[in-house]
Write a protein that binds this ligand. Structure first.
Ligand code: FMN
Length: 706
C-alpha cells in the first residue's frame, strides 16, 4: 500500500542488525495461554499471528520464564528454559515472519511477583510485599500472612545461576529464529527488583549504589553476548519512573539508558511503574492517551539507539504526531493489540474508524484472567483466546432474529449474527443505542467507554442491522421471528422503606444521563439534562452505578456519602481501577495523574443500610450491629440493580424462542454482556432451540420450540 496518512508510523526503522517495516510495536503482553510446561501451542501462535497479520512491524512476545521451577510470571506463560521448547518457539517466530513482522521475545523472571510457585519465592530482598493487583497475589488465601507467603533474598551463587539461565534462554530464542531478545526489567519483577533502590536493600555487590544495582542487568547482557555472539540484538524494558518514594525517577532512567547503550543494547523500551503503585503500570481508564510519552522523550534525547514508548496509545493520529515530533522511535501497543490486532493495517488503509479501541477496563485481560490464573480474554474482543470467533462461517439457515435491548451485549449479538448471515432487528426502548455505557461514559476518567459504544454503533450501521427506536415489542409483534434475544439489562432496586418516593430520591441513571449535544448518534439536537442534585448527596449501593455516581458527583464538587451493605466498598472492582478510585475518594489522585481532584473526600459508610428518608432530607441509617444513626443530605441516589427478567418471562411464556444476554441473565459487567452476546450470535442456526438452562443451542431437538 503506497498512500497513507501516517507517513511516520509506516516508515521503516533499523534495530541492531535488522530492519522493522514500520514503527508499530506490540509491547510484551503475557497472554498466559501456553501449555503447562511452557511450550508454545496453537493459541499462542494464533494470537501473535493475528497481530502480525494486522500489520504490526515489531512484535515483542510477552513474558517468558527462564526458569519455571523458581518463577513463572503467570501460570501458563511461555518458557525458554529447556531445549525441547525450541521447535514450538520456532513455529511462533515463523508465524510472525510469515506476515513480514520482526520479532523479539521478552524473558522475565518474576521474583517476588511469581504466580507460580506460591511459596519460597526468590527476590533481590527478603521483604514480603503485599501487591493485590499483581498476578503474584493469592486467590486462595485472603492475605499474605494467611498464606504463609515467604520471600527470600537470592544468594550470590543463585544470582549467577539465574544470569546463566537468562543467557541460555536467549540462545534458545536465537536458535528458534527470533530476531532479538528483550529483558524484562520493569514493573517490579526480578531485574527491576535489583535495579530499584526502593526494593533492593542488599549490601553485597548486587545492591547499594547505582552501578551495583545495575550489575544484574549488565551481567545478563554480557552473558547473552557471550552465548549468542554480537549479532543477536538485545533490548531492555524498564520503567521510566516508579512513582514510589525511593524508587527510580527519570534522571536515573536516563543514566541507565546511557549505560545500556554503552554496553551494546540495540533498543530501549520505556515502560512505567511498579506494582506497589499499580496505576501507572497498568494504566486504567483514568489515564489519558500518551501520558507516559514524556519518559521516552527524555531518554531519546540522550541515546542514539531506538526508543519505544507505551501506555494508553490508541489513536493513530496521536501516534503519528509523537513520531513526527521526534519524541519516540516506535509506538508500543499492548492492550490495544488485544482489543484489535488489526490496528496497524486499519490505520494504514485510512480506516481508523473501524479500529476497536481498547477502553483500558482491565477486566477481560487482567482481573478475570491472568490475575486469577487463567488464560487471557478481552471484554470487547471475543476472539481473544476463543478461536471460534476467528473462523466462523455463515449459518446453514438464515434466521430472522430480534434483539430486544440495544446495549453492548445486544449489539454484539446483532453484529455476530449479521456477519453469519442472519436478518437482525434491534428493538431499543430509548432513542439511542449504547445501553449502560451511556451512563458510565459521562464520568470523568471513564469516557473511553464511549469508544466502544461508538464502535458498536458504527458496526450496526455498517452491517445494515435494522434498528427500531423507542420500541418495546409485545410477544405478538415478535411472532414472526425465529429467535428473540433479550438484552434489556438490569433495573434499579427501589427498596420498600419509608420515604422512598420522596422528591429527594433519584436513580444513578438520572444522575449519569448523557447530555452530549450534536452527537452523530443523536441527530435530534440536545438531550434531557441529568437530574439536578444538591451539594450533599448520599449514594446507596455497591456496584458500577454506585461507583460511577459517586465519582461524577464528587468530581462536580459535591459532598458525597456512599452507603454499602458490605464491609468494603467496591470489593468486586478491578483492583487497579480500585486503587486509583480509592486515592481519588481520599482527595488525591492516581500516580502520574494530574488534573482536578475532589473538593471533598468521599465518605464510605460500610456495613449499613437505609431505614428512612425524611422530607427535610434527614436519612436514618442502620448498621450491622443494629445501631441507628442520622445524616442530613440534599438527595439520595439509588444505585443498586437487579436483573430485570419481566420481559424475558413474558416472551418465554408466549412460546417465543427467547434467550437472555448480559445483566438480564445475571448482573455482571461489560465483559459478561459482550461475551453472552457473542456466544449467542454464534450459535444461532438451523434447529435452534432452548436447553434446560434457557440457553440457545443448535442442532439438538428440544420440546419447547414454538
Ligand atoms: C494482560 C496484560 C499482560 C501484560 N504482560 C506484560 C508482559 O508480559 N511484559 C511486560 O513487559 N508488560 C506486560 N504488560 C504491560 C503492557 O505491556 C503495557 O505496558 C501496559 O498494558 C500499558 O500499555 P497499553 O495501554 O498499550 O496496554 C501486560 C499488561 C496486561 C494488561
Amino acid at each position: 500500500m503506497s498512500q497513507t496518512s501516517y507517513p511516520h508510523l509506516f516508515s521503516p526503522i533499523r534495530i541492531g542488525n535488522f530492519e522493522v517495516p514500520n514503527r508499530v510495536c506490540h509491547v510484551p503482553t503475557d497472554i498466559s495461554s501456553a501449555n503447562p510446561d511452557g511450550s508454545v501451542n496453537q493459541r499462542v501462535i494464533t494470537y501473535y499471528e493475528q497481530v502480525a497479520k494486522g500489520g504490526c512491524g515489531f512484535i515483542i512476545v510477552g513474558a517468558s520464564t527462564p526458569d519455571k521451577a523458581t518463577g513463572r510470571p503467570t501460570v501458563t506463560c511461555v518458557a525458554v528454559d529447556e531445549d525441547p521448547l525450541i521447535p514450538g518457539l520456532a513455529s511462533l517466530a515463523e508465524a510472525m515472519h510469515r506476515h513480514g513482522a520482526k520479532c523479539s521475545l521478552e524473558i522475565q523472571h518474576p521474583g517476588r511477583q511469581a504466580a507460580w510457585p506460591r511459596h519460597d519465592l526468590i527476590s533481590a530482598t527478603d521483604q514480603v510485599a503485599n501487591l493485590p493487583a499483581s498476578a503474584g497475589h493469592e486467590v486462595v488465601y485472603a492475605s499474605a500472612e494467611a498464606k504463609g507467603k515467604s520471600i527470600r533474598a537470592m544468594s550470590i551463587e543463585e544470582i549467577y545461576d539465574l544470569i546463566d539461565k537468562f543467557a541460555e534462554g536467549a540462545w534458545r530464542l536465537q536458535q528458534a529464529g527470533f530476531d532479538s531478545v528483550e529483558l524484562h526489567a520493569a514493573h517490579g519483577y526480578m531485574i527491576a527488583q535489583f535495579m530499584s533502590a526502593y526494593v533492593n536493600k542488599r549490601n553485597d555487590r548486587f545492591g547499594g549504589n547505582f552501578l551495583s544495582r545495575m550489575r544484574l542487568p549488565l551481567e545478563i547482557i554480557h552473558a547473552i553476548q557471550r552465548k549468542c555472539g554480537p549479532d543477536f540484538p538485545i533490548g531492555i524494558r524498564y520503567s521510566g519512573e516508579e512513582y514510589v518514594e525511593g524508587g527510580r525517577v527519570l534522571e536515573e532512567t536516563v543514566r541507565a539508558a546511557r549505560l545500556f547503550e554503552e554496553h551494546g543494547l540495540a533498543f530501549l523500551d520505556i515502560s512505567a511503574g511498579i506494582f506497589e503503585a499499580p496505576g501507572p503500570l497498568m494504566d486504567p481508564m483514568y489515564y489519558p492517551q500518551g501520558w507516559n510519552t514524556y519518559t521516552a522523550e527524555e531518554v531519546k534525547k540522550n541515546v542514539k539507539i531506538p526508543v519505544i514508548t507505551s501506555h494508553t496509545l490508541r489513536d493513530p493520529d496521536y501516534c503519528e504526531k509523537i513520531l513526527a515530533e521526534g519524541r519516540t522511535d516506535l509506538v508500543g501497543l499492548a492492550r490495544q493489540m488485544v482489543a484489535d490486532p488489526y490496528w496497524a493495517n486499519k490505520a494504514r488503509a485510512g480506516r481508523k474508524e473501524e479500529i476497536r479501541k481498547c477502553i483500558s477496563c482491565l477486566v477481560g485481560c487482567w482481573q478475570e484472567s491472568l490475575m486469577i490464573k487463567r488464560d487471557m480474554r478481552c471484554s470487547i474482543n471475543p476472539a481473544v483466546g476463543d478461536e471460534r470467533f476467528l473462523h466462523f462461517g455463515p449459518a446453514a439457515e438464515k434466521l430472522k432474529v430480534a434483539v430486544v435491548g440495544g446495549g453492548p451485549g445486544g449489539m454484539e449479538a446483532a453484529r455476530i449474527a449479521t456477519l453469519r448471515g442472519h436478518k437482525v432487528t434491534i428493538f431499543e426502548k430509548s432513542e439511542e443505542l449504547g445501553g449502560a455505557i451511556l451512563y458510565c461514559c459521562t464520568v470523568h476518567g471513564k469516557s473511553k467507554m464511549r469508544w466502544y459504544a461508538d464502535w458498536q454503533r458504527r458496526q450496526v450501521a455498517r452491517l445494515g442491522v435494522e434498528v427500531e427506536y423507542k420500541s418495546v415489542p409485545t410477544p405478538e409483534e415478535l411472532k414472526g421471528f425465529d429467535a428473540v434475544l433479550v438484552a434489556t439489562g438490569a433495573a434499579v432496586k427501589r427498596p420498600d422503606i419509608r420515604g422512598i418516593d420522596s422528591r429527594r430520591v433519584c436513580t444513578f441513571q438520572d444522575v449519569l444521563r448523557c447530555k452530549m449535544k450534536n452527537c452523530e448518534y443523536w441527530p435530534k439536537g440536545g438531550k434531557a439534562e441529568p437530574a439536578a442534585v444538591g451539594d450533599t448527596v448520599l449514594v446507596w449501593g455497591d456496584y458500577f452505578g454506585a461507583a460511577d455516581a459517586v465519582e461524577k458527583l464528587a468530581y462536580e464538587g459535591k459532598k458525597v456519602y456512599v452507603v454499602t451493605p458490605h464491609r468494603e466498598f467496591a470489593s468486586w472492582m478491578e483492583p487497579v481501577h480500585k486503587d486509583v478510585m480509592v486515592k481519588r475518594f481520599a482527595g488525591g489522585n492516581g500516580e502520574a495523574l494530574s488534573g482536578k481532584t475532589f473538593a471533598h473526600p468521599v465518605t464510605v459508610i460500610p456495613d449499613s443500610s437505609l431505614l428512612e428518608i425524611k422530607e427535610d432530607g434527614e436519612v436514618i441509617l442502620i448498621d450491622g450491629s443494629f445501631q441507628r444513626s442520622a445524616l442530613k443530605v440534599d438527595n439520595v441516589v439509588l444505585a443498586d440493580v437487579v436483573a430485570d427478567e419481566a420481559l424475558f418471562r413474558k416472551y418465554a411464556e408466549a412460546g417465543l424462542t427467547a434467550a437472555r444476554i448480559g445483566d438480564v441473565k445475571q448482573v455482571r459487567n461489560l465483559r459478561g454482556a459482550v461475551t453472552d452476546g457473542a456466544n449467542l450470535g454464534l450459535v444461532l442456526d438451523r434447529d435452534l432451540g432452548l436447553n434446560a438452562n434457557q440457553a440457545l443451542i443448535a442442532d439438538l431437538p428440544t420440546e419447547n420450540r414454538p
